[in-house]
Design a protein around this ligand. Structure first.
Ligand code: ATP
Ligand code: MN
Length: 537
């Protein structure tokens, strides 16, 4: 593929601007990963580590900035979007101002990197997307994370949506009607995602996820989900919902099962399909021993963000959180050796809700009734550990509807109803898995061993709980197995793992209260069965 052609230059500019002025800008269209890597190195924007991956720093932002994520409020979105703390409206007047600035900044750049790619592995829902980057490695992220069209299809490909990512463009908050100098904007009318002032690549990924969470349920009757997915030898699909850090990526990479995808999926009448073409894995404390699949994906073509090296070497110190806890690597799905291609699987047989309960109260695995499944899905509980914030020693509980509230432009009830109908129709097993603390809360106990969590999930997937007795948790009502292959029995009931039983009971009551308080706002919209699944106070 030639690096530049006048045809491509013209098309790109025509698409971007109606000014159509002549430009000396270099447009790098559809470069290979190796070319993008070479450009990044040449510009001094990255370094290779000892396994050949490209290591970059994302600068000021090492995570998404949800408070700076706006959706254009116009006749298209006014009544459809669930305006809230995550779906912040921006008025057309300001959007137009920002759009003009974006285009003129873009046209003045000496070089841009453009790639045509798509989302949604099921051809029926394919969404063609053009990603335009100010930096070559941003374009490598798009290559890794989105689906890659066949070379022979490129010529006739017409992008429906565009993403323009301009980390160097700082906006004037007052003039632009935004909070600070950076912003991510979505316009459903212009079919455009604009990212200004941040080079955190996750903004691109989650921007696309957000639009799919609108388009698929709203226009195509497909349930969009913040989950990973894999399938067994019998083509039995499992999906893993969970908020950030709960284990979607880690637990879906399983040598015994084929990986469908690590973060975003759709559930149609017939199948489950991945939205993306890659994985975006956390690197903090990554070890070859515990997570071999992810560890070995860090090689030529992979893009590693915000890690530090051992002094004087280009060997990554995965335990170093000096830049951020949120160190990441993106790589194409096929870097995981048993990836499913195309990333489509049967409708799920098992659903796992992953929660990282830092209170150490929820059982490490439990089985949910239909009512409990809905209750947990709507609640979307996890708890973050405060460790990095000074003065906070208690875990911070988070309730995020459908395990993904920041990415849901529609009311959570829409997704919840769709999931409820599907769970019933397909008679899916639903499990709640606590990948968080055991033996006490954060500070006293410890995070449950990954090998135990993997064993419990394997047992559920291989029907090994079929002949095992369950006991209902007295507070949360969920059914807890009394034994599990390869896992010590005494950790299955969390109360057993606490030295101080009164302290456990108190924490369990505390968490139950938090669930109840959070659920108040949904109580009016659910049936008796779901209400009855509330924890027992
Ligand atoms: P995101 O939505 O941000 O991508 P995620 O749900 O994919 O988050 P992971 O990337 O899988 O989360 O992160 C889980 C982290 O927790 C990993 O770093 C993993 O090593 C660590 N971990 C420790 N113990 C466990 C456990 N028992 N189960 C799952 N993950 C564990
Ligand atoms: Mn993940």
């Amino acid at each position: 593929m030639p690096v530049e052609t006048s045809y491509q230059t013209r098309t790109v500019l025509k698409n971007l601007s109606n000014r159509g002025r002549q430009s000396s800008q270099k447009v790098h269209y559809q470069l290979t990963p190796n070319e993008l890597l070479a450009h990044t190195l040449k510009k001094g924007q990255g370094i290779l580590n000892d396994s050949g991956a490209l290591v970059v720093r994302t600068g000021q932002f090492t995570g998404r900035s949800p408070k700076d994520r706006f959706i254009l409020r116009d006749d298209v979105t006014q009544n459809a979007i669930n305006w809230n703390e995550f779906n912040i409206p921006i008025e057309p007047k300001y959007f137009d101002i920002i759009y003009k600035k974006v285009i003129s900044y873009l046209e003045d750049l000496p070089e841009v990197w453009i790639r045509d790619c798509y989302a949604c592995a099921d051809a029926q829902y394919r969404l063609n997307i053009r990603v335009i980057n100010e930096q070559p490695w941003g374009n490598l992220f798009a290559y890794n994370m989105l689906l890659r069209p066949l070379e022979e299809d490129i010529e006739g490909l017409s992008p429906e949506w565009s993403v323009i990512s301009l980390p160097g463009l700082k906006l004037d908050p007052k003039e632009c009607g935004i909070r600070q100098t950076n912003a991510s904007l979505i316009s459903f009318k212009h079919k455009l995602i604009l990212v200004a002032g941040s080079s955190y690549t996750g903004e691109i990924k989650k921007g696309i996820f957000t639009i799919l969470n609108y388009i698929l349920p709203h226009e195509k009757k497909v349930l969009s989900m913040h989950c990973s997915a894999n399938m067994g030898k019998e083509r039995d699909t499992a999906i893993f919902f969970g908020l950030s850090g709960t284990g979607k990526t880690t637990l879906s990479a399983d040598p015994k099962r084929k990986l469908i995808g690590d973060d975003e999926h759709g559930w149609t009448g017939e199948n489950v399909f991945n939205f993306e073409g890659g994985c975006y894995a956390k690197c903090i404390n990554l070890s070859e021993e515990k997570e071999p699949e992810i560890f070995h994906a860090i090689r030529t073509g992979a893009l590693v963000e915000n890690v530090a090296f051992f002094p004087g070497t280009n060997r990554i110190n995965f335990d170093d959180a000096s830049v951020t806890e949120n160190t990441r690597v993106s790589y194409p799905l096929n870097y995981i050796c048993n990836a499913q291609d195309p990333s489509v699987g049967n409708v799920p047989k098992n659903i796992f809700f992953l929660t990282c309960d830092a209170f150490g109260v929820l059982p490490p695995i439990s089985k949910l009734t239909a009512g409990q499944a809905m209750y947990q899905f709507i609640s979307g509980y996890t708890a973050k550990v405060a460790g990095t914030e000074t003065g906070i020693t208690e875990p911070k509980p988070t309730f995020s509807a459908c395990f993904g509230a920041p990415f849901l432009p529609l009311h959570p009830g829409i997704y919840a109803h769709m999931l409820g109908d599907k769970m019933e129709k397909y008679n899916v097993n639903v499990w709640l898995v606590n990948t968080g603390w055991t033996g006490g809360p954060y500070g006293t106990g410890q995070r449950i061993k990954l090998s135990y969590t993997r064993a419990m999930i394997a047992a559920a997937l291989e029907n090994q709980f079929d002949n095992i007795k369950f006991q209902n948790d007295p507070v949360f009502g969920v059914a807890v197995p009394i034994e599990c292959p390869s896992v010590p029995c005494d950790i299955l009931n969390p109360r057993n793992t606490w030295f101080n039983k009164d302290a456990y009971d108190e924490k369990a009551r505390h968490l139950a209260t938090l669930f109840a308080q959070n659920f108040e706002k949904y109580a009016g919209g659910v049936n008796e069965e779901v209400l009855a699944a509330a924890p027992n106070l």
